[in-house]
Design a protein around this ligand. Structure first.
Ligand code: URP
Ligand code: ZN
Ligand code: ZN
Ligand code: ZN
Length: 468
């Protein structure tokens, strides 16, 4: 089967040009000047005139069906990867989990079992290490060498669940420095946060907004700084700060990067658009919809302006969603009367490509930077490049035809995620995902779904292109 995506504006990290993209089977075989007529028989032509042709989105941070707080994230790998496809994302990197007291290989096997035959798009795993001990350190080496898992998430928060102390973090970083893995860090001082949470509950402060108030920016900055220092001691082990939300934490990352350190960070759409006051502080229990960690930050401070700036100057390399949806009914409601029991997480895997494109519309980002932060850099950072993340011959034919003149209204009535609310209800997007192609197959066309579960493949990843 061959397919020609004709006359679109192909956007890559280094520039844009009007070109035809020729696909044979699962691969891109040529990016052609439109005046050139391919000499092979083309089975299907898709007109992309006036549209952007971009590499399929890569969401490097999702949690489908993740067990958390006595329940599980409401999107399965089936529903969540289908929703991702609708939104122009053709690869996710989800987190396999080792909880404290569990064996790393068992956690990985469990995630392979959950995903087998379920995914609509390609997928890979990071591994969460919730118990760094001698066995886990050995398992790290094996995962990097044999399993295509080259990044490990550690938590400075959630004592008793995922938490690692500084000694465990240092050991994991030393191992990563040796085996070439990337350490991803949930950087919040969870020990101090738990004190603030206890004190707030004792004062009767139980509403969702206290989730944010008890996780102050200073404790994100402190943990970020500590992680950076530990990575320095581990011979500059590469470090990737996940879901960065606060200006103060960003300043620590920027300082390390200015010193030439191997430090990277991502942010998420929720931190670029939503706030402590307007969402988490919504009346009654409504704010539970936006309980996530790190939390939404105050609109009276400069966080959002600083995050956009960080995306421009590369102190923030990637926008991922941290998609971890919980319905209000029976899930978020577990925290009625006690914000600390609200499962942490926001869903948004379907909206990332659109939401970051608003940065282009608003003059915050160039077109090239949009593509770089949602596709090319995630591929490079996590060892999927050049198979993914770029429109060039030899790469997988994962393509999104994006209509900058289209419009999308986000809401529960139209989204495809398994959520009974939307974190972005009623938001009007300028732009629209048109056709989505995954390994040469049209899986979404004009809002109609043509994919199927089980077609997504597990991707064994190489080492990060950013390793020094
Ligand atoms: O609130 C969040 N972010 N839930 C998902 C787990 C995590 O820490 O990324
Ligand atoms: Zn986290
Ligand atoms: Zn800088
Ligand atoms: Zn997460």
């Amino acid at each position: 089967m061959s397919l020609l995506v004709k006359g679109g504006t192909v956007v890559g990290p280094t520039g844009t040009r009007v070109a035809d993209v020729l696909v044979e089977g699962e691969k891109i075989v040529a990016v052609l000047d439109p005046s050139y007529t391919p000499r092979i028989t083309v089975n299907e032509v898709i007109d992309a005139a006036g549209k952007y042709v971009i590499p399929g989105g890569i969401d490097a941070h999702t949690h489908m069906e993740m067990p958390f707080g006595g329940t599980s994230a409401s999107d399965t790998f089936d529903t969540g990867t289908r929703a991702a496809a609708y939104g122009g994302t053709t690869t996710i990197i989800d987190f396999a989990i080792q909880r404290t007291g569990e064996v790393v290989q068992d956690g990985l096997a469990a995630w392979h079992a959950k995903t087998a035959g379920e995914c609509h798009i390609d997928y890979a795993f990071h591994m969460i290490l919730g118990g760094v001990d001698a066995d886990a350190l050995k398992a790290m080496d094996r995962l990097v060498a044999d399993e295509g898992i080259t990044s490990f998430k550690l938590f400075m928060a959630y004592p008793g669940v995922f938490y690692s102390d500084d000694g465990q973090i240092l050991r994991a970083m030393q191992a990563a420095r040796e085996n070439g893995a990337l350490i991803m860090m949930h950087a919040e001082n969870g020990i101090a946060i738990d004190v603030l949470v206890q004190q707030a509950l004792e004062r009767g402060e139980t509403d969702p907004i206290y989730h944010g108030i008890t996780r102050p920016a200073a404790l994100e900055a402190e943990a970020t700084n500590r992680a950076i220092a530990l990575a320095e001691v581990a011979q500059d082990c590469p470090l990737y700060i996940v879901h960065l939300s606060a200006s103060q934490a960003l300043a620590k990352v920027a300082e390390a990067r200015d010193q030439g350190r191997n430090v990277f960070a991502e942010t998420c759409p929720q931190y670029l658009y939503l706030t402590l006051e307007d969402q988490l502080g919504a009346p009654g229990f409504e704010g539970a919809k936006w309980v996530c960690s790190t939390p939404l930050r105050s609109k009276h401070e400069s966080h959002q302006r600083d995050l956009w700036k960080g995306l421009r100057n590369n102190d923030l390399a990637i926008v991922s969603t941290d998609h971890c949806p919980f319905c209000m009914k029976d899930q978020k409601e577990l925290g009625l009367g006690d914000f600390s029991k609200i499962p942490n997480g926001i869903g948004g895997v379907e909206h990332r490509v659109d939401l970051v494109f608003q940065g282009v519309v608003d003059g915050q980002l160039s077109l090239e930077r949009w593509v770089e932060t949602i596709a090319t850099t995630p591929a490079r950072m996590f060892g999927l490049y050049p198979r993914k993340g770029i429109v060039q011959p030899g790469s997988d034919a994962d393509l999104v035809i994006y209509d900058p003149n289209g419009a999308t209204r986000i809401g529960t009535a139209t989204h495809h995620m398994n959520m009974d609310y939307s974190a972005y209800e009623g938001v009007e997007i300028k732009g629209r995902v048109g056709t989505v192609i995954s390994r040469g197959e049209v899986i979404v066309a004009d809002g109609n779904y043509h994919g199927r579960k089980g077609r997504g493949k597990f991707l064994e990843r190489g080492l990060s292109s950013y390793l020094i």
